[in-house]
Ligand binder design. Structure first.
Ligand code: ADE
Length: 223
């Protein structure tokens, strides 16, 4: 999968891409990430990418021209399937949206800043708008990292079998059951006997029941 990110703060991504599953996915060429600095696409001699809002509302708005030029440059060698704008008022990110996006071969993710992008970008250049929740962050970079992380772990071969994404919370409509590791007892706190029983059928049944119980308690809307 190829992911092109458009941002005015490219350095924000470097540590995120250097660790854990995302790094492994990049190293094993399951994903190919290209970061584009929006300032490289402005024709303004001062490298300006934003300007005051028409109508006098406070704050700077990202201009359409550099964004349009950047998207056009990416599309020269890429039949991009989605141009996703990270926006607090976009479609809320869910496991099902991550599943859907993980099946794409090419996506562009546009990160906004300041007061956001000129509305004409949203109506003409973007195919989809995604929010990571009903709160406002200073820019789309952290939401883009959240989106990429949730997509990448679903790409076949990125996670090893023993940590399959199929066991993740929400993947089957339930939250994940509790997990335990050594020691069996810590300061009087015990691992449930059933997990030590070696009886696979009994363990699977218990895990399923725990999933259902937890979902009822923590995410009743899913039931
Ligand atoms: N940009 C600012 N806040 C955001 C949010 N909650 N989700 C996506 N993009 C954003």
């Amino acid at each position: 999968m190829r992911i092109d990110i458009i941002t005015c703060f490219p350095e924000m991504f470097s540590s995120f891409f250097s660790y854990s599953i995302v790094r492994r996915a990049i190293n094993s060429k399951k994903i190919n990430i290209n970061i584009h600095n929006l300032r490289d696409y402005t024709l303004d001699k001062h490298k300006k990418i934003d300007d005051y809002a028409y109508g006098g509302s406070p704050g700077l708005v990202m201009m359409i021209e550099p964004i349009d030029r950047c998207i056009a440059a990416i599309k020269v060698d890429n039949d991009c399937q989605e141009v996703i704008y990270m926006a607090p008022d976009g479609e809320i990110l869910t496991q099902s949206l991550s599943n859907e996006l993980s099946l794409k071969d090419n996506i562009i993710i546009l990160c906004g800043h300041y007061k956001g992008v000129d509305e004409r970008v949203r109506t003409n250049l973007v195919t989809r708008e995604v929010s990571i929740g009903d709160y406002v962050l200073s820019g789309g970079e952290i939401p883009a990292c959240v989106l990429i992380d949730s997509i990448v772990r679903l790409i076949p071969g990125v996670l090893s079998n023993e940590v399959s994404a199929l066991d993740d919370s929400f993947q089957d409509g339930f939250v994940a059951p509790p997990v335990y590791t050594r020691p069996r007892e810590y300061k009087g706190m015990q691992v449930p006997d059933v997990l030590l029983s070696g009886d696979k059928k009994k363990i699977d049944k218990w895990l399923f029941e725990q999933s259902v119980e937890r979902t009822k308690k923590r995410r009743p809307s899913l039931i």
